[in-house]
Design a protein. Structure first.
Length: 123
């Protein structure tokens, strides 16, 4: 049986936050906002780690089945490449959804945080 590795970068350090300067130049995000963002980033990382672990197991099972079906090395490699492409495509779709959700929620939380800060400053 051959060994299989499917690895992807998990960290989402490239996720961009909404720009508070678009709304108010005097605003600085509160620690509560920063904590929400950090917790959300961690949950995304955990979700991707879990997804990758699950797919890695699924891929290993597929490889075992393929190896039992065909003995042709070229056919095995062709099937492997196709499966890897399918897994990569599915992961890419998941990542797009997670990035979209992150951008949406970080914008909502920013506006909430700004409204709270504004209300506190008016008191």
């Amino acid at each position: 049986m051959s060994t299989v590795t499917v690895s992807h970068r998990v960290a989402f350090s490239h996720l961009t936050l909404p720009n508070a300067d678009d709304h108010s130049s005097a605003y600085a995000p509160t620690p509560a906002y920063e904590q929400k963002i950090q917790a959300y980033r961690q949950s995304i990382d955990e979700e991707l780690r879990d997804y990758d672990a699950c797919k890695r197991q699924e891929f290993k099972k597929r490889v075992e089945i393929w190896e039992s079906i065909t003995s042709d090395p070229e056919e095995k490699e062709k099937i492997r490449r196709r499966a890897e492409a399918q897994l990569a495509s599915a992961r890419e779709e998941l990542v797009k959804g997670l990035v979209s959700d992150f951008q949406h929620y970080s914008q909502v939380w920013l506006l909430e945080d700004m409204a709270l800060a504004s209300a506190m400053n008016q008191k």
